[in-house]
Design a protein around this ligand. Structure first.
Ligand SMILES: Nc1nc2c(ncn2[C@@H]2O[C@H](COP(=O)(O)OP(=O)(O)OP(=O)(O)O)[C@@H](O)[C@H]2O)c(=O)[nH]1
Ligand SMILES: [Mg+2]
Length: 464
């Protein structure tokens, strides 16, 4: 069956599976009204297909033997004024495994097909309700775990990024048209940009694409969050800091070195960013204990995949060789914050030696016992992850798909520009411009392949 098939009617649970006060089953397609009529008996003696759009009706769902299953509300949306652009019925029933399963069975028996993940949104896209960038924002909105990622998703859903892509496409199409006009009628005195104009347009386009690309890392960070890992020798207070940042006693803390044997992960939201905070087993290079070695192996893996390392030292003790060895293990290209913990105790740490060791990394002081310096640490974590750029204003690309397409477009424009200056035939230049145009059209989904839609919509959950 073709993935483009939108002739049939689909149905799925739109709310999470499990116990809830209500669940919603969504039915969309040309038969949505007839299918609902077959299983629903309204209190009022009217047919679903005759009901006004955007109205809610009380009634009962009955199985094929006429036995009542649940009292429900159905909401009717008439095409094209619905999420998918098709006729849609939403059945709000009691939440629960068995009830929703039985109602869905009735809906399927009456002729609906089980919707694939994201199929409702795919239909919204195919019927022109949303473009592809906005469809992606729907997933981001649902998945948002922090204020900032939510804001970026809302901006995208509102069409901010799409408008930017469209404007760039428009600009490129103009260049294309001018070049094509010249190619088609070279003798005519048709108006074509001067070389100067072309030069200016190339420069502007490259700058705008470059700017969008530069924002990718931050956009991806806002969308996906980041992993921050606490690293240091045993007993410096990593687990205590972990708890202080979480604001609850999650990790076991004790005065015995080697308390944490396995890593622990918890999510926090700091400065609007979603951070996966990871506590690790203290690294100790001369431990003969095999359990320690396994724990340390895990710690190394965590270091490898983290975006931010919090290197923790104990301020109430002098810097040790072990501290040095551990620091040396952290790849220097990583973002690293050095945290001097236990500042409530008398200081025995030579800060200049620590700075020498950590070179230009930021050094912070904190006490997980009193909470001093914890807010500052949070702020530094955010700054370090965002590199100081905290604003979510402006268009923000968030996905690898956007990045790859814009990179291809930028390369094509750069190539077109070079060919233009070498005074190569316009036929060559125009091919590159066409490549760039197509990349932008694909971004908003003006042109698409089945594969592309598969990739975009496979991220969705069932019922969306
Ligand atoms: N005075 C003081 N003691 C602290 C502070 N942070 C941690 N401690 C104490 O230091 C000891 C070790 O703390 P943990 O958080 O278990 O240290 P850790 O780095 O997780 O140790 P491992 O799991 O063994 O690697 C405990 O007795 C804590 O109470 C602090 O800021 N001030
Ligand atoms: Mg610990």
């Amino acid at each position: 069956m073709s993935k483009y098939n939108i002739d049939d009617t689909i149905a799925a649970l739109a709310t999470p599976v499990g116990e809830a006060s209500i669940s919603v089953i969504r039915v969309s397609g040309p038969e949505a009204f007839q299918i609902t009529e077959a299983i629903f008996v309204s209190k009022a003696p009217s047919k679903i297909s005759e009901l006004e759009s955007h109205t809610v009706h009380l009634g009962e769902v009955r199985d094929q033997n006429g036995r009542g299953i649940d009292q429900v509300l159905v909401t009717v949306f008439r095409a094209p004024n619905s999420y998918t652009g098709e006729d849609v019925v939403e059945i709000s029933c009691h939440g629960g495994y068995a009830i929703t399963r039985r109602i869905l069975e009735c809906v399927y028996r009456a002729g609906a097909r089980n919707a694939e993940p994201g199929e409702f949104t795919k239909r919204a896209f195919l019927s022109g309700k949303l473009d592809l960038t906005q469809a992606e924002a729907v997933v981001d909105l649902i998945r948002s775990k922090s204020e900032q990622s939510l804001q970026v998703a809302l901006n995208q859903l509102g069409g901010e990024l799409s408008r930017k892509f469209r404007a760039l496409r428009e600009e490129l199409m103009k260049m294309y048209a001018h070049m094509e006009g010249y190619l088609d009628f070279p003798e005519d005195d048709i108006e074509v940009y001067t070389d100067e104009e072309f030069r200016g347009r190339f420069i502007r386009l490259k700058a705008e694409l470059g700017q969008l690309l530069a924002g990718f890392r931050r956009g991806a960070l806002l969308r996906e969050g980041a992993a921050a890992v606490l690293v240091g020798r045993p007993n410096v207070g990593k687990s205590s800091l972990f708890n202080a940042l979480l604001a609850r006693e999650r990790a076991l803390v004790s005065e015995f070195p080697g308390t944490t044997r396995d890593h622990l992960e918890e999510a926090i939201e700091v400065g609007g960013i979603y951070i996966r905070l990871i506590d690790t087993a203290g690294l100790s290079h001369d431990s003969g204990n095999p359990l320690d070695r396994i724990g340390m192996e895990r710690t190394r893996e965590n270091i490898g995949s983290a975006e931010l390392i919090l290197f923790v030292v104990d301020g109430s003790e002098a810097l040790t060789d072990e501290d040095r060895k551990i620091f040396a293990e952290i790849p220097q290209e990583k973002r690293i914050l050095v945290v001097i913990n236990k500042t409530d105790l008398p200081s025995r740490l030579d800060v200049s030696k620590l700075k020498e060791l950590s070179r230009r990394k930021a050094v912070l002081r904190a006490s997980s016992r009193t909470g001093d310096g914890i807010r500052q640490l949070e702020a530094e974590m955010v700054d370090s992850l965002l590199e100081g750029r905290v604003s979510v204003e402006g268009e923000q690309i968030t996905r690898l798909r956007h990045k790859t397409a814009l990179e291809t477009a930028l390369a094509a424009i750069t190539q077109a520009e070079a060919a233009f200056y070498r005074k190569e035939s316009l036929e060559i230049v125009i091919l590159d411009i066409k490549t760039a145009v197509d990349q932008l059209r694909e971004l908003i989904g003006e042109i698409y392949s089945e594969d592309l839609l598969d990739v975009v919509f496979s991220e969705f959950c069932i019922g969306k």
